[in-house]
Design a protein around this ligand. Structure first.
Ligand code: 13P
Ligand code: 13P
Ligand code: MG
Ligand code: MG
Length: 365
């Protein structure tokens, strides 16, 4: 049996009203195009959205970074952007940097999380998709899933997890990477991933090398050289039998943490887990949201999805997020609601500074 690859590729190609949600016509077009590609380019697919981000979940046997798969995703985004432009949707074609496909969608705007693996006897996966935040938002949750024994009891009581995991961390500013082994390197890992705007967990694997989790790490603003929204990341996590159980993978989202993004990609706000029916950004263009779809992968087919956060067990965290949202919003344009100055470099603030630069004068001695 050939290895199975799960590719999650996403882009914001236009939304309504403003940046709140993807239009059903785009979802329909994307789903139809992927269905047509089933049996030739891909094996199976599922299309959804989180806020204004169009999410393509695909399975195939062609491996990661495959030109045919990336081209299929690119063509879907281009076709959907065309429909978005016809309807004058907001930000039509927003995340597509360029017109011509050149072999890989990385660096062209879309976010990509992929993993290739040999299917186990039973292979549950969880696909996380976020809107109004940045790739480093996953850091806290991946740490809890794979390195915190107070979250994942399997790290303590399951012999197949007891040796710990390997975290691949990318420095998205200096464009370098490093690997940390847990539990041995726990404090060193935290020294970096606690600064999620710069240090982003790209993937987690078992010490044997078997892949456990994969994220998208694209920083759109840096690639475009101008403000084009946040990167609204995706992540795939494998569960059970040597990995955290499904419940251990989703439990970290019970904790409402602050992430960067929200309005104009320039504010900190609570990361709210919601069901797909609530994956629409409203209040102050947010708050930042995350959905999770669960599947069983079976002979390269996606069995599912299950909408994991569509559950009263997550009502309490949503209520807490609303409370935190009120607290943060009370700050108006003040930090720490507004991002720190070095992060504002990638927003529209430098344009304001440019307008004011001649009005500054030296302080008197
Ligand atoms: P079951 O006994 O229901 O299979 O559950 C085992 C488990 O790992 C729960 O997380
Ligand atoms: P997106 O990154 O989701 O397009 O949002 C941009 C924005 O400016 C929201 O206020
Ligand atoms: Mg948008
Ligand atoms: Mg978005």
């Amino acid at each position: 049996m050939a290895k199975t690859t799960v590719s999650v590729i996403k882009a914001d190609v236009g939304s309504f009203p403003g940046h709140s949600r993807t239009h059903p016509k785009l979802l329909e077009k994307a789903a139809q195009m992927l269905k047509e590609a089933e049996g030739t380019v891909i094996t199976d697919s599922f299309v959804t959205h989180c806020g204004d981000d169009l999410e393509l979940i695909m399975t195939h046997t062609k491996g990661e970074d495959n030109a045919e798969i990336h081209e299929l995703a690119w063509n879907v985004f281009m076709e959907c952007a065309k429909i978005a432009k016809e309807m004058k949707l907001y930000g039509a074609g927003q995340d597509l940097l360029g017109d011509a496909f050149s072999g890989n969608v990385k660096g062209m705007g879309p976010g990509v999380a992929e993993m290739e693996f040999e299917e186990r006897g039973s292979d549950p996966i969880l696909v996380f998709m976020a809107d109004k935040t940045e790739p480093g938002a996953w850091n806290f949750f991946l740490y809890k899933m794979f390195a915190d024994p107070f979250n994942t009891s399997g790290l303590v009581i399951d012999p197949s997890m007891h040796e710990g995991f390997v975290f691949e961390v990318h420095d998205v500013i200096a464009k370098r990477r490093i690997y940390f082994n847990t539990p041995e390197d726990t404090y060193s890992l935290l020294a970096y991933i606690g600064a999620p705007s710069r240090y982003v967990i790209k993937g987690v694997s078992k010490k044997s090398g078997e892949i456990a989790a994969s994220t998208s790490t694209q920083r759109l603003n840096m690639m475009a050289g101008r403000y084009v929204g946040k990167d609204d990341p995706v992540m795939v996590v494998r569960a059970q039998s040597g990995f955290p159980s499904v419940g251990e993978v989703i439990d970290p989202f019970r904790t409402p943490i602050l992430v960067a993004g929200w309005m104009r990609g320039s504010h900190h706000g609570p990361f709210m887990p919601v069901g797909v029916c609530d994956a629409n950004c409203t209040q102050f263009d947010g708050p930042p949201r995350v959905i999770c779809l669960g599947f069983q992968v079976s002979d390269c087919k996606l069995i599912g999805p299950a909408d994991m956060f569509d559950d009263p067990a997550f009502d309490r965290v949503r209520d807490k997020c609303c409370e935190i949202s009120d607290l943060m919003r009370n700050h108006g344009p003040f930090e720490p609601h507004r991002l720190s100055l070095d992060e504002m470099e990638y927003t529209t603030l430098p344009g304001v500074e440019k307008q004011l630069k001649d009005r500054w004068e030296p302080l008197p001695e």
